[in-house]
Design a protein around this ligand. Structure first.
Ligand SMILES: [Fe+2]
Ligand SMILES: [Fe+2]
Length: 245
């Protein structure tokens, strides 16, 4: 079994960050000791040097060798995307661990809050999904509207084409964030999982800080919503067809 922890919207900053909540999350993630950690952006609030230094230190304290970290719209502000590259590497990346392929793309544009993947990335995405692994696509922006978030804005401008591409590639799981509201949609055979904010002061009514834990083996997929205390709630318990048999 492979355990994937999905964190999002950390928002390290002087004004928007809850350090005590982040410490609790860190402890509970290290207790899980996951094989993979995926972070879907907004690590910082303003993309500043100090914020990036602080969040890098935080990321280094997560006890996991396989991390896929991609930026959000807040990280790309004020040339922050350059600091992101210096500290975390490529803004889009693909990794395979334990029979799980994770393709993460940067859906941000500098100083613009709208999401955008771009047709120039589609061939690269498809090529990386030419595998019989369990396929995970990660991005910051929500690919499908999320309830309880008010008027629909900033969804990737090419979300329809990207959804068709992911469906054609046989993607099992999409991980995203941005709206600070946890939600799961099942679309055809694909689960689209939105994370709540891990530690931002900016959370929406009737939600709380949380992250996701995904457990996957050859036949079963479980998705849990986890509170900073480590308390977890099973939200999806499903079978899927592994092509690896
Ligand atoms: Fe955010
Ligand atoms: Fe965002």
């Amino acid at each position: 079994m492979t355990r994937i922890v999905h964190l999002s919207d950390i928002h390290v900053s002087e004004s928007y960050f809850l350090a005590d909540v982040a410490e609790s999350v860190l402890q509970s993630v290290n207790e899980i000791s996951p094989e993979i950690v995926v972070v879907t952006g907004d690590l910082t609030h303003n993309g500043s040097h100090q914020e990036f230094r602080d969040v890098k230190e935080y990321m280094d304290r997560i006890d996991c060798r396989n991390k896929v970290i991609i930026p959000g719209n807040h990280d790309s502000r004020n040339l922050g995307y350059l600091l992101f590259e210096d500290l975390f590497g490529a803004r889009s990346q693909s990794h395979t661990f334990n029979g799980v392929t994770v393709v993460g793309v940067d859906s941000s544009e500098p100083d613009i809050d709208d999401g955008h993947i771009g047709r120039e990335s589609y061939d690269w995405i498809a090529k990386n999904f030419e595998t019989d692994d369990f396929k995970v696509f990660a991005l910051h922006h929500h690919l499908i509207p999320v309830p309880m978030t008010g008027r629909e804005v900033q969804i990737p401008v090419d979300s329809g084409d990207v959804l068709e591409l992911l469906h054609r590639c046989g993607v099992n799981l999409v991980l995203c964030g941005h709206k600070h509201v946890p939600w799961v949609w099942r679309l055809n055979e694909m689960f689209v999982v939105n994370a709540g904010s891990m530690s931002s002061k900016d959370i929406k009514a009737r939600t709380t800080h949380c992250y996701n834990l995904i457990e996957v083996d050859r036949k079963d997929l479980q998705i849990y919503q986890v509170l900073p205390t480590g308390e977890r709630r099973l939200i999806i318990d499903s079978n899927y067809e592994s092509k690896n048999e």
